[in-house]
Design a protein around this ligand. Structure first.
Ligand code: PLP
Length: 422
């Protein structure tokens, strides 16, 4: 059953573009949210509006001033959404580029020597950056091996590896392959209890759409997201950086303002679309509870998103009434197990003896879009230790419905019947 009432879910779905239809193939159910979430209609409108404005920032005219105000507003909206009363936000080319930039600046400004620590749990964005900059700065890169069984990494595992001379640590908030999130606050605390000066850079790209980021609580130095995975659009990444890292010598224009992280002219439209995302979440929060407290609205939206997504993934795994869940399919294996309280809107599985490509193609032909993750440079870190060649990834967002999940389960049941009879 959906957490949202049918009316509210319909209202939510109406806020997004291409919910039930792909512009290329027509009707489809969208379970590829970890590849890119649906886009808010307001974001589409805002993007087109700003794409047509020729003015630049920093000029003595009304248009320029308006653009600067819009950027400032987006930054303060983001501060409220991500629970950050300190530090600053800035845009970059993509989540990957921003994570590279944060890791690079942390590695080059930290005290010489020591080591850099990251985990096999991470996406290649942070792993590549940390390994590359460990090598460039003559430091050892040390891996924290994640736990295969529950599909994530813990503070205890970091504590076994971090040493007093660890200079930079990378952490993935939630995995786009396992769907499992980590206790970021606990890991950060564990790291700083051993190496108080270590810079901590966090990849929040997969986590962001699933609700509730509270940067003030984490005691970290960088946090990056990809707005196209959080109801905005492609074309930019968004990051928060701590005042501590800003005070270190970081890349910037010569003689420019020392606290600046933006390199070059900013796309006002990208900032404005972030305000659209915050406005949408405020609207959703108001549907849960009427209040004038903005932080409360955003918090209520995050809780409601989590509740809807948990009801969807529980239904996917367990089924309902006479509809079998994933766990009842013959030969099924689910990464992170059937019950995992850290699951964030994503289930990856395989059916032993059957290529995941065949399953994804079958579902595609039924109008259900999922994705194959292969043991390549993106997902090999998770699949190789399990001994898996591939898996099927079904990634949901709060705007998905239980009806859509049931269609997936019925299609998979049909797939198994076909496999048995052929
Ligand atoms: C966890 C994670 N980190 C980083 C990235 C890369 O983000 P971008 O495509 O914005 O570079 C992705 C994209 O799939 C991701 O899932």
């Amino acid at each position: 059953m959906d957490h949202f009432s049918p009316n509210l879910l319909a209202e939510i779905r109406d806020k997004f573009a291409f919910v039930e239809e792909c512009p290329f193939v027509g009707e489809r159910i969208f379970f590829e949210n970890a590849g890119g979430a649906l886009t808010l209609k307001s974001v589409v409108e805002t993007s087109s509006k700003f794409a047509a404005i020729p003015d630049n920032q920093g000029r003595e005219n009304a248009a320029s001033k308006a653009l600067m105000e819009i950027i400032q507003k987006a930054k303060s909206d983001a501060a409220e959404l991500f629970g950050a009363t300190v530090g600053q936000f800035f845009v970059g080319e993509s989540g990957t580029e921003l994570l590279f930039r944060l890791v690079r600046n942390a590695a080059t400004s930290a005290k010489m020597g020591g080591n850099i620590v990251g985990s096999s749990f991470e996406h290649p964005a942070t792993r590549s950056a940390a390994k590359y900059w460990a090598f460039q700065t003559n430091r050892e890169y040390i891996n924290v091996q994640h736990n295969n069984q529950n599909g994530h990494v813990t503070a205890e595992l970091y504590s076994e590896i971090v040493s007093p001379d660890t200079r930079v640590v990378t952490i993935l908030h939630a995995s786009p392959v396992t769907g499992i999130s980590v206790d970021l606050e606990a890991i950060s605390k564990a790291v700083h209890s051993i190496s108080p000066e270590a810079f901590i850079i966090v990849d929040g790209v997969q986590y962001a759409a699933h609700g509730g980021i509270t940067i003030d609580q984490y005691n970290i130095d960088g946090y990056a997201i990809s707005p196209y995975k959080m109801y905005s659009r492609h074309g930019y990444g968004f990051a928060w950086v701590s005042d501590r890292l800003t005070k270190m010598s970081h890349e910037q224009l010569l003689d420019g303002p020392s606290e600046n992280w933006e390199l070059g002219t900013r796309d006002t439209g990208s900032y404005a679309t972030l305000s659209d995302v915050v406005k949408y979440l405020e609207w959703l929060g108001e549907k849960v509870e009427i209040t004038n407290n903005r932080a409360k609205k955003l918090n209520n939206a995050a809780k409601a998103i989590a509740a809807q997504e948990t009801s969807l993934t529980d239904l996917m795994i367990n089924g309902e009434d006479n509809i079998k869940g994933l766990k009842d399919l013959d030969g099924i294996e689910i990464i992170g197990g059937e019950k995992n309280q850290n699951r964030k809107g994503l289930v990856s599985f395989r059916i032993i003896g059957i290529s995941s490509h065949v399953i994804v193609e079958f579902l595609n032909n039924k109008g259900i879009r999922t994705h194959v993750r292969k043991a390549d440079h993106y997902s090999g870190n998770i699949l190789n230790p399990l001994g898996w060649e591939d898996c099927v990834r079904v990634s949901v967002c709060h705007y998905n419905s239980s009806e859509e999940i049931k269609s997936l389960l019925l299609a998979l049941y049909e797939f198994q019947l076909d496999a048995l009879t052929n």
